[in-house]
Ligand binder design. Structure first.
Ligand code: C2E
Ligand code: MG
Ligand code: MG
Length: 762
């Protein structure tokens, strides 16, 4: 029979595959191997002792060979226990076990069951997971069976067949032990494969962790609970300014080049004690240059099976830059950009704090530059800004260092300082004295004068009221001619309280049903010659929750000061337009009062245009907006331009209360008004006052030459009406023709049956 080369190749490949499949052996960690070896050595020693005892019992030890066999186990035990390395000691154990099993078989005179010990021993030797002890045991077992079977078959085999054919039975026993060993090899090989898989998984997750840990730009570190630094990533070392190499073993957290800025605020101890993960924001100081850092430490404590901390994992995020940015922003919010003094909100906040931290009163001095507007308009805004900066600097230098100094807006400043009234007055006078010297402005000097109001508060709740009181006192100083200080007095207190109450009422009214809380009343405007209604003035009222009806004087000033005039004014305009459309046939026009604050609002014109476009059937000329002369003078806005825009929408403009302000006739020329409303003070008693009559005559003449119409307000007396008639004044308004009345009543007055008749009593 010839063997084909392909078959040989096949066999070689098969053998190679088998060899590859076989376990490689080894693989045990040193301490695990040592543990197993210790166990095997002890087992071997124990089996020797047991054999001695068994031999003595059976009185077999006298047999020389048997005794030598048992005693041969001893050097094996000694060699196994004393030799270094793995292979030789394990071979000695394997050999020792072969001898022990053979001795046992000899002691039993070849009893078949005694051969079981070979199987037990091969199973035990598998613990080494090494080919050497395994192979040694196999070889020596087969050799023992063959040699002893031939030399002394009675001491080796228990049956006749084996005693007569010892070599054959040595082979049979060798193959049986080999099979027992083969299954151990399979188990061993499977365990090895599983271990390899587990190791691969572990290696993979470790590789992932290494990438995630080492490559991230976030500084990370792992600490031992006892404070040793176990591992750091390169971002951490870079951030800490440590050399970019693993730290030496035993490097302590306290050796890191940063330390808590506040003593006792170390995060590490907290992390050791904590459950789960947590975030701590702390300030640290660099040990090398003292630089301060804000660090967000995200910590997670890993726990062992007993629940004790085993490692602490931290991410450190340096938030110093964003903290600084935040502080800068806060600083900007806290300070007035122009002067660097405190802003209004910061002042309000600090004043409340000052009041709550002291038992002594706190003085508030409110300051306003006299005639600032004319300086600003005359010298320009840049000069105005420079003036305010110079003023702020001098003010800061004059008041005590611990005083709060703020700019509330425009040319209004405020100072707050703790102390009795005399301290407040002293500082107030010092301020007035400091401004006796002119301020340097550009190349020249400018003399400014200030009006000061002084008030004191005690509790934090009084903060707003105290500022308001100082403001009120400042106005009193201004009214008294400026360049002086006025202390807040009790009668001013009543006014302040009223103003606060008015504000609260107004806020409530604006949040309610406006048609109910802020109804519009109408007062007729009549043609002077016929007394027939040609128009009406819309006059707002306020109904309080208790049902009281308040006149505009009780809430309009507060509305203007607080800005609530904007929603209020819009409400009046909308309602007036609605009513005008309702009375389409019977009423010529409605006159609506507009306050300067409303006019100054950039949204006013777009709102008006929107209102008109939502009522396309309404002729805009039927809407008249009343603006007061004094209001126009006080406004810094280019009113002329704004009025022109309003006029371009087709809406008419009336100049209200003409005669109460500066009443310059030339000024009348410069305002693009369509109607002039003569103030009541001009009209009342006109019939008996020749001077008034001639002024009215002059105004009427000028108005007609400027193409303006005139309405005389406050006509109560029929004689005055006659005089106005004689002077050819086109329209009149006054109690004589009708008082302001609710819209429903006014609608009745307008009924068609009555529209042709004069409403007048005359
Ligand atoms: P005004 O625009 O001069 O309105 C005329 C005021 O004179 C009205 O007072 C009216 O009742 C009163 N009056 C009219 N005829 C006579 C008369 O024959 N004799 C006397 N003694 N008084 C007369 P009212 O309604 O108290 O309004 C006061 C001021 O409140 C108004 O003065 C106006 O400036 C302002 N106001 C009224 N409603 C509004 C509004 O909706 N918005 C704004 N911004 N101000 C308004
Ligand atoms: Mg008016
Ligand atoms: Mg008026």
């Amino acid at each position: 029979m010839t063997t084909h080369p392909a078959d040989i190749e096949h066999m070689v490949t098969g053998t190679n595959a088998l060899v590859r499949w076989l376990p490689t052996g080894g693989g045990l960690r040193d301490e695990d191997w040592a543990g197993r070896h210790r166990l095997m050595t002890r087992l071997l020693a124990a089996s020797m002792v047991a054999l001695l005892a068994f031999g003595a019992l059976r009185a077999e030890l006298g047999t020389n060979l048997t005794t030598w066999m048992v005693l041969l186990v001893l050097p094996c035990v000694v060699a196994a226990a004393t030799m270094r390395g793995r292979r030789l000691p394990s071979i000695f154990v394997a050999f020792g076990f072969t001898v022990a099993c053979a001795a046992f078989v000899a002691l039993t005179h070849g009893q078949t069951e005694a051969h079981f010990t070979f199987f037990i021993a091969i199973a035990a030797l598998a613990l080494y997971r090494d080919w050497a002890p395994f192979g040694v045991f196999l070889i020596f077992t087969t050799a023992h069976h063959a040699l002893f079977g031939v030399v002394d078959a009675d001491l080796t085999y228990g049956h006749h067949s084996a005693q007569t054919h010892p070599l054959f039975w040595a082979l049979v026993h060798g193959v049986a032990v080999l099979f027992a060993a083969a299954f151990q090899v399979v188990a061993w090989r499977l365990t090895e494969a599983e271990e390899k898989r587990a190791q691969d998984n572990l290696a993979e997750s470790q590789a992932q962790l290494t990438v995630a840990f080492d490559e991230t730009p976030v500084p990370m570190a792992i600490f031992n609970p006892d404070g040793r630094v176990l591992r750091t990533n390169s971002a951490y070392r870079k951030w800490m300014r440590l050399p970019d190499e693993p730290l030496r073993a035993g490097f302590l957290v306290t050796e890191l080049p940063i330390e808590p800025a506040e003593p006792g605020s170390a995060v590490f101890d907290t992390l050791v004690r904590q459950e789960g993960s947590s975030v701590h924001l702390r300030q640290y100081r660099r040990k090398d240059n003292g630089e301060l850092l804000w660090v967000e430490v995200h910590g997670t404590t890993l726990r062992d099976r007993d629940g004790g901390p085993s490692a602490i994992f931290v991410h450190c995020i340096d938030v110093t830059a964003s903290r600084r940015h935040q502080e800068e922003l806060q600083n900007q919010v806290r300070h007035d950009a122009l002067t660097g003094l405190l802003s209004r909100s910061a002042f309000e906040n600090d004043l409340a704090q000052l009041l709550s931290s002291r038992t002594r009163p706190v003085n508030v001095i409110y300051l306003d530059v006299d005639r600032f507007k004319s300086i600003n308009d005359g010298a320009g805004h840049a000069a105005g800004d420079e003036l305010l900066r110079g003023l702020a600097t001098r003010l800061r230098a004059t008041v005590p260092a611990d005083a709060l100094v703020a700019r509330l807006g425009g040319d209004e400043f405020v100072v707050a300082l703790a102390g009795g009234p005399e301290a407040g007055a002293r500082v107030g006078h010092a301020i007035l004295g400091a401004f006796a010297e002119p301020l340097e402005l550009g190349d020249g000097h400018l003399q400014v004068s200030l009006s000061l109001g002084l008030a004191a508060g005690v509790t934090p709740e009084q903060a707003d009221e105290t500022v308001l009181s100082a403001d009120t006192a400042m106005y009193a100083a201004k009214r008294a001619g400026g360049s002086r200080m006025q202390s807040f007095s009790d009668d001013m207190r009543v006014k302040v309280r009223e103003r606060i109450a008015a504000e609260a009422r107004l806020r409530e009214a604006l949040s309610g049903n406006l048609d109910e809380t802020l109804p519009i009343w109408y007062q007729p405007i009549v043609a002077t010659d016929t007394g027939r209604i040609v128009g009406a003035e819309a006059l707002v009222r306020m109904r309080t929750p208790r049902g009281e009806l308040l006149g505009p004087i009780q809430f309009i000033p507060a509305a203007e000061e607080t800005g609530m005039i904007i929603p209020l004014g819009e409400h009046v305009l909308r309602l007036a337009v609605q009513h005008l459309l309702e009375w389409d046939e019977q009423l010529g026009y409605v006159s609506v009062n507009v306050s300067p604050r409303q006019l100054a609002e950039p949204d006013f014109v777009p709102m008006l245009a929107g209102l008109l476009s939502s009522h396309p059937t309404l002729d805009p000329a039927r809407l008249v907006l009343e603006i007061t002369e004094t209001a126009l003078l006080g406004s810094s806005l280019d009113v002329r331009e704004r009025l022109e825009t309003i006029k371009s929408l087709g809406v008419r403009i009336a100049l209200d209360d003409f005669g109460t302000g500066y009443s310059s006739l030339t000024w009348l020329q410069s305002v693009p008004a369509d109607v002039v409303k003569l103030d009541r003070s001009f009209v009342a008693g006109l019939s008996a006052d020749a001077k008034k009559a001639s002024i009215i005559q002059a105004v009427l003449w000028l108005a007609s030459s400027l193409n303006m119409s005139v309405v005389a307000e406050g006509v109560e007396d029929p004689a005055d009406w006659q005089a106005l008639r004689a002077a050819d004044c086109p329209s009149c308004q006054g109690y004589l023709f009708g008082k302001p009345m609710p819209a429903a009543d006014f609608g009745k007055v307008l009924l068609p049956s009555r529209a042709d008749e004069p409403v007048a009593v005359a």
